[in-house]
Design a binder for this molecule. Structure first.
Ligand code: PGA
Length: 297
């Protein structure tokens, strides 16, 4: 499948998440021949109360539960030593893929001290092979240092740094070509571009911008609504197999107190966690919320 995720996020209004659903601008495909994701998500939203509910199963997809911790630009050698030690001693459910994303400068420290049970993601990568690109880090260098993943398209990089779809798309294509897994963040829109890559190494993180770092988590129903639309879009526009195996994870104010309720939703295949991933015990609780999924099944 010639596909790669590139993402585009429109700022939504700043709703109170609990009170009103986000204004989904929708998810669309860039190719004119494709089915409009924009339309797809909106029609999902509109018909949600009438559409037949899926059977009560806790996991619609076939992919393993996935929890990523995005440490963003946080930490010192000492605080990260403590966090790693807390994670190393935490009891984690076995059937969860766990990934943490330290700042570049601490990746080596984390790689050398963190249990192999947890894989490492970078928070960004360059669009191509390294060279005369001051301040950038290449996918090859990330692999060299032991990273298995890279987070791309995060809304902070779009809105604060100004990265656009095309740029992020190039990064994702290059990283996938280097066998890095890509955690591709989407807000409200998704475009698919030709890249000659498979979907095998892509995890899609749905992160409504109004929920990131705000303490306003999407309700399980709001998140499920979008996740099912993403999965249905994958089924229609890529394949049923890809729709089933692609992990669609939720990010935005996930914490130890709300993760279990979110995890119960059948199309929520895990989480991308910011603030709460900086506390080992809270992050472990979020990882272990996979048990809520099992109970719900
Ligand atoms: P948050 O961040 O959990 O602090 O809201 C989520 C993210 O940006 O991935």
């Amino acid at each position: 499948m010639a596909a790669m995720v590139s993402t585009y996020l429109t700022p939504s209004s700043k709703p109170s998440a609990a009170a009103s659903p986000p204004q989904f601008a929708g998810l669309r495909r860039s190719l004119s021949t494709s089915h409009s994701f924009f339309h797809s998500v909106n029609s999902h939203t509109l018909r949600s109360s009438n559409r037949p509910t899926r059977g009560i199963v806790a996991m619609a997809g076939s992919g393993k539960f996935f929890v990523g911790g995005n440490w963003k630009c946080n930490g010192t050698k000492d605080s990260i030593k403590q966090l790693v030690s807390d994670l190393n001693s935490a009891t984690l459910e076995p059937d969860v893929d766990v990934v943490v994303g330290p700042p570049f400068v601490y990746i080596d420290q984390v790689k050398n001290s963190l249990t192999d049970r947890i894989e490492i993601a970078a928070q960004n990568s360059w669009i191509g092979k390294g060279g005369a690109f001051t301040g950038e880090i290449s996918a090859e260098q990330l692999k060299d240092i032991g990273c298995k993943w890279v987070i791309l398209g995060h809304s902070e990089r779009r809105h604060v740094i100004g990265e656009d779809d095309q740029f992020i798309g190039k990064k994702a294509a290059y990283a996938l070509g280097q066998d890095l897994g890509v955690i591709a963040c989407i807000g409200e829109l998704l475009e698919e571009r030709e890249a000659g890559k498979t979907w095998d190494n892509i995890v899609i993180a749905y992160e409504p911008v109004w929920a990131i770092g705000t303490g306003k988590v999407a309700s399980p129903e709001q998140a499920q609504e979008v996740h099912v639309a993403v999965r249905d879009w994958l089924a229609k526009n890529v394949s049923a197999e890809v729709a089933s195996k692609t992990r669609i994870i939720y990010g935005g104010s996930v914490n130890a107190g709300n993760s279990a309720d979110l995890a119960k939703k059948e199309d929520i295949d895990g989480f991308l966690v910011g603030g709460a991933s900086l506390k080992g015990s809270d992050f472990a609780t979020i990882i272990n919320s996979v048990t809520a999924k099992k109970v719900a099944a």
